[in-house]
Design a protein around this ligand. Structure first.
Ligand SMILES: NC(=O)C1=CN([C@@H]2O[C@H](COP(=O)(O)OP(=O)(O)OC[C@H]3O[C@@H](n4cnc5c(N)ncnc54)[C@H](OP(=O)(O)O)[C@@H]3O)[C@@H](O)[C@H]2O)C=CC1
Ligand SMILES: O=C1OC[C@@H](O)[C@H](O)[C@H]1O
Length: 386
């Protein structure tokens, strides 16, 4: 039996289009036969015409409802789950609105602006018995799953250092002048850390934290950071951080730490020619070898497993390519995960547990706190404003 999930799309911007197009791709093209997706409704706060134009553009069926308010969408009885694609400044309010209306939710990254908001969302989802997913898409890729498995199987030994760089190579003044100004707008919780630095943190967490058995996962023991602000708006345009974790392998009774070095920037590029000439964007370094990930850290397409050479033994390097099937953007993987969780009556996904999602928000709070980046109270608030 194929389980069918009926989606509502909240907001019609850039990523909403990518996600909706991916939802409409036949799942069997990626060898998925147990779940399928229906785009049941689309809502735009800019009016019904905008929602209808979006529906036609993404080629959603003509019986898909189009609304000019988010309120109408959350009250549509034909919708099981809502994908939230508004700016992150609005994720807390929009997710609460959906949960209070009894809808399951997949919310774009970052799930909220701060950890306090995320805790409230997960609490409400729990109380109302609703599924809620932090849609940091990269985690759900086959590439990420394969890499986590290689690490969990011990193939590169204990991971003691991860270096992850998510830097876009975008002119910040151009961002500010263009329609993409959301990314550097303080009022919309802009800045490199929340926009793309979250992917460097994702790589650090999914390789150094998530690969441990649940009862061995420990929060970071220390975080250090440095930020460069964009003078016109005060958001960060370039942020670097070190996140240390306690390890489970003390040396001579002394505690030992592993650490992730994360970088993120708008004006610099981690993969300048987009062909990997500058090297990997993520390096996962273990005591018996290294995994190198190529391509933008949010959408990598290949990786190498490089065993440590010991003595004269020959070393076999494996290079694995993971293209997205059917011309997809790669967002269908998180949708499939959501469908399976809803089908199985789960409230959270094992791939991105609520606890880990909150921890990641705490890390970003900590970095912002160290570097004095605070958003307006209307954005940081934990009050629900109807
Ligand atoms: N996973 C990924 O790869 C990506 C994720 N993202 C995340 O998705 C979210 C949206 O990003 P993106 O699509 O680039 O943003 P856009 O600016 O392209 O779209 C955001 C949409 O949100 C709606 N919206 C509601 N309130 C506001 C408001 N006050 N100001 C502006 N827009 C508003 C609008 O849709 P409408 O008028 O229809 O209501 C708007 O089109 C962000 O949180 C971002 O972090 C972004 C890009 C890639
Ligand atoms: O989340 C993101 O990942 C993909 C990028 O293109 C985009 O700018 C960013 O928001």
């Amino acid at each position: 039996m194929v389980f069918q999930l009926k989606w509502g799309i909240l907001a019609t911007g850039w990523i909403a289009e990518k996600f909706t197009v991916d939802l409409l791709i036949d799942p069997t093209t990626r060898d998925v036969k147990d779940v399928s997706h229906v785009v049941a409704a689309i809502a735009s706060s800019s009016g019904r015409t905008r929602a209808e134009t979006f529906r036609i553009k993404v080629k959603a069926p003509s019986d898909c409802a189009c609304y000019g308010t988010y309120d109408a969408l959350v009250n549509d009885k034909n919708v099981d789950i809502i994908y939230i694609a508004s700016p992150h400044s609005h994720h807390f309010q929009h997710t609460l609105e959906c949960l209070y209306a009894g809808k399951h939710v997949v919310c774009e990254k970052p799930i909220t602006v701060n950890a306090a908001q995320a805790r409230i969302l997960y609490q409400v989802a729990k109380e109302r018995n609703l599924f809620l997913l932090d849609a940091v898409w990269t985690r759900y890729f086959p590439l990420s799953i394969q890499i986590r498995d290689i690490i969990s199987n011990g193939e590169i030994g204990e991971v003691l250092r991860v270096i992850a760089d998510t830097s876009m190579g975008e002119d910040v003044d151009d961002l500010w002048l263009e329609q993409k100004r959301r990314k550097v707008n303080l009022d919309l919780a802009g800045g490199a850390l929340l926009e793309i630095g979250i992917y460097s943190i994702t790589w650090i967490f999914q390789t150094m934290y998530h690969t441990l058995p649940v009862d061995k996962r420990q929060p970071p023991s220390k975080i250090m950071s440095h930020m460069v602000k964009y003078p016109k708006t005060g958001v960060d345009e370039d942020t670097t951080f070190i996140i240390s974790f306690p390890t489970t392998t003390p040396i001579n009774e002394l505690s030992r730490t592993s650490h992730g070095v994360g970088m993120t920037a708008f004006p610099l590029a981690s993969d300048p020619d987009q062909r990997g000439s500058a090297g990997p964007t993520v390096r996962i370094q273990g005591t018996r070898g290294e995994i190198q990930v190529f391509g933008m850290a949010f959408q990598p397409d290949r990786y190498k497993v490089i065993p440590l050479k010991i003595g004269d033994q020959s070393v076999e390097i494996r290079e694995i390519s993971c293209p997205f099937p059917a011309g997809g953007h790669g967002m269908f993987y998180e949708a499939d995960e959501a469908a399976r969780c809803v089908r199985d009556g789960l409230l959270e996904s094992e791939v991105m547990p609520w606890k880990e999602s909150v921890l990641i928000m705490e890390v970003m709070d900590n970095i912002r706190g160290q570097c004095d980046l605070r958003y307006p109270e209307s954005v940081e608030t934990t009050a629900f404003e109807r």
